[in-house]
Write a protein that binds this ligand. Structure first.
Ligand SMILES: [Zn+2]
Length: 365
């Protein structure tokens, strides 16, 4: 169950919100509405069919000027395909209003359908508190779609660097999906084609599919898998991507990693990103116990599902690597969730944070 708490200034997280609730069971609808109201929602309007849902969406009751969020229970119509269709229609009508999907037992296939339809989140139907938290998150993201203090309304750009195809998905697949979904422009830079782990042409295709699943664009270099070094050529390869993307944030492997390629890419990226505002390191399966994260990105069910789907896109690896086990990936995200008071999270080790006007003492800009 997710935690939800009042904001620092004492305001309830759903203060004044109008929520449209698609739920067929009256008793359950009442329980969910009660949880939403307990966290400040001004009104919860319940409907019981896809047609009513869309009609109420386009034409809210008089007291509701505009919906702040909508909740849709999958049991109200059709299979996974119907869900994507309904979400598509909703988006066409009300592009800015987030939809949270509820299901009796969310599975990966449903989550993929939800994310294709760009649902804000997927929550277990019985988890009323989790639903309230998901609605609050979706509303907060709409208010500040970039999720970064002082970012204004510009589109933010993120570059994520990995040595091999699938490194980035394992490290920060959920974060990439979360950011891309809230309007970030995310580019993945993979430094090799993964020749050490299979046919490069196949791995290249898989890597593109994986990036697409997360909503990111993929750039690929062709450094030698297994013998990367942090020399000038590696630094220049990262610099090319930095010049092209002009990122506000860069994520890369940590120095605390037993894989020589990961360490080389980490070092080269530090040099190439000396002028980038923020740089943080993600956790790889080969990270050592010295990896010390100090930031935790909260993930929703849809983010975790997208991460798993992106990793599954690397078919040639999925069956032969112990660290690609779905249960392990999910429980790792669950473990890190303890630091963010949410169910799932991904850890980051913030290496540097710079500010546009001058630089901080001790930095080497
Ligand atoms: Zn790797």
């Amino acid at each position: 169950m997710s935690e939800i708490s009042d904001s620092a200034d004492g305001a309830a997280p759903l203060a004044g919100a109008h929520v449209l609730l698609g739920e067929g069971d009256a008793e359950r609808a009442e329980r969910l509405a009660r949880a939403l109201r307990a966290h400040g929602a001004a009104s919860v309007h319940t409907v019981g069919s896809p047609a009513e849902f869309l009609r109420a969406g386009a034409d809210p009751p008089e007291a509701v000027r505009l919906w702040d969020a909508a909740v849709w229970h999958t049991g109200l119509g059709g299979g996974d395909g119907a869900l994507a269709g309904l979400l598509g229609e909703w988006r066409a009508l009300l592009p800015g209003v987030p939809v949270i999907v509820t299901d009796d037992a969310p599975n990966t296939r449903l989550a993929v359908a939800a994310l294709r339809g760009r649902a804000a989140d997927l929550v277990e139907r019985s988890d009323a508190e989790g639903l309230a938290a998901a609605v609050a998150r979706a509303m907060a993201e709409r208010a500040d779609p970039l999720g970064v203090e002082g970012a204004g309304q510009r589109a933010l750009r993120m570059l994520v660097v990995g040595a091999h195809p699938d490194d980035v998905e394992i490290g920060v697949g959920g974060t990439i999906h979360r950011r891309a979904r809230s309007g970030w422009d995310v580019t993945v830079l993979t430094m090799s084609r993964g020749g050490g782990g299979g046919d490069p042409a196949r791995r290249r295709k898989e890597a593109h599919r994986a990036a697409e699943t997360l909503g990111a664009r993929l750039l690929m270099e062709d450094l030698p898998d297994g013998s990367m070094v942090d020399d000038r050529a590696t630094v220049e390869a990262v610099e090319r991507a930095v010049a092209e993307v002009s990122p506000h944030v860069v994520f890369v492997h940590s120095e605390s990693d037993t894989h020589q390629d990961h360490r080389a890419v980490h070092r080269a990226t530090l040099v190439a990103c000396r002028k980038v505002t923020r740089l943080a390191c993600y956790q790889s399966p080969s990270a050592t116990v010295s990896y010390r994260p100090n930031r935790f990105v909260e993930l929703g069910e849809a983010d975790v599902a997208a991460k798993l789907a992106s990793i599954a896109a690397h078919h040639s690896q999925a069956s032969r690597r112990w660290y690609l086990d779905e249960d392990l990936l999910r429980s790792t995200a669950r473990y890190w969730g303890r630091f963010s008071q949410t169910r799932y999270a991904e850890p980051l080790e913030l290496v540097h944070e710079r500010y546009p006007l001058g630089h901080l003492p001790g930095s080497h800009a």
